[in-house]
Design a protein around this ligand. Structure first.
Ligand code: SAH
Length: 329
């Protein structure tokens, strides 16, 4: 049985290896072991579960996950921590450690991760369940959660430690400052709840912000109800790019190259949207109806196939959101 990774243990372990926590990799280790246990307990694991962890760190949670799950795939970007975790987890036969960035690009996960997940699920058989359980690196928490909702399979559940500010955005209601494309995307497919708010002192080193353990339950039927999830997500981001402008002008700019003004007006009118409304006031259900209406109108007005336009607006939105602590959806 390996030693429990308390704060002191971890500080000594890193120092012995000549390492220091790297701020740019979001290295804030969870040193309150009761909380590591709470995260794992919240996931309610069994031996038919395949768990993806992003950010192995020194492997403290990985070991606990390995004890309870059928298989664990854990990714770590820092080669020094990867080496340390490899040593720490020696003998854990059901753990696969993957070295490298969990993201291939802002909107895609490294394919190797889901390939490994699917392989393990096939080994386990039809009862296999896929979960993300992680103390997520803060700089990539949003794209990881957001991108996993596009994957096949999606995780049945995600239990993650994230910045409190991001947790608030996941559950935000319309017309609040935290409500945005990410809120709508996640709420369209999932039910999320904050399990525990965490003070900086439970991490080493201490982050500057509060964090939260969040449980996100996905609903495959809700995703299946979205005809084209990628296009839905792109339109959604584009709609929130100018969140405070009136709906009509927001929709026109989001749909440029795809739908002319007359068609936009027709969709808004047919669906009964007030063109003086603002997108940030609409509920996720209303926004889904709007995006579906726009999709159908686009398909009807385009006799030949046109690829979805590059949504540069969406990229802008994300850089803007990065400044306030994490890219949006
Ligand atoms: N799971 C450990 C570490 C959490 S800190 C614990 O709970 O204590 C976050 C970890 O994610 C760090 O080890 C950091 O190096 C790693 N990390 C940061 N960015 C990453 C990325 N893009 N892909 C994979 N791992 C990443």
């Amino acid at each position: 049985m390996a030693e429990r990774q308390t704060g002191r243990f971890l500080a000594n372990r890193l120092a012995a290896a000549g390492l220091k926590p790297q701020h740019h990799f979001g290295q804030n280790f969870l040193i309150d072991l009761n909380l590591v246990e709470l995260i794992v307990r919240t996931a309610g694991l069994s031996k038919t579960d395949v768990v993806l962890e992003i950010g192995t760190g020194a492997g403290s949670m990985t070991r606990l996950l390995a004890e309870q799950a059928g298989a664990v795939i854990s990714a770590e970007i820092d080669q020094h921590l990867f080496a340390l975790a490899t040593a720490e987890l020696e003998g854990c036969d059901n753990v696969e450690l993957i070295l490298g960035d969990a993201l291939k690009s802002k909107h895609t996960l490294k394919p190797e991760l889901m390939d490994a997940v699917r392989r393990k699920m096939t080994d386990i058989g039809p009862q296999a369940r896929f979960l993300l359980v992680a103390n997520l690196p803060y700089n990539v928490a949003t794209p990881i959660i957001s991108n996993l909702l596009h994957e096949t399979p999606m995780p049945a559940m995600m239990v993650v430690t994230i910045q409190k500010e991001l947790a608030d955005r996941l559950v935000a209601a319309p017309a609040t400052k935290d409500y945005g494309a990410l809120s709508v995307w996640v709420q369209t497919i999932c039910r999320s709840e904050t399990v525990r708010v965490l003070q900086p002192s439970v991490f080493w080193p201490r982050p500057n912000v509060q964090s939260a353990i969040v449980r996100i339950d996905t609903d495959p039927a809700k995703r299946a109800a979205i005809p084209e999830p990628k296009a839905f997500h792109e339109t959604l981001r584009a709609l929130f790019f100018h969140r405070r402008k009136f709906l009509r002008s927001v929709v026109i700019s989001a749909m440029k190259e795809q739908l002319d003004k007359a068609n936009v007006d027709r969709v808004l009118q047919q669906l009964g949207f007030d063109s003086q409304a603002r997108v940030e006031e609409l509920s996720p259900t209303e926004i889904s109806r709007l995006i579906e209406g726009l999709r159908l109108a686009t398909a009807a007005s385009a006799p030949v196939y046109r690829p979805v336009a590059e949504t540069t607006d969406a990229d802008n939105e994300e850089s803007r959101d990065t400044e306030s602590g994490g890219a949006d959806s």
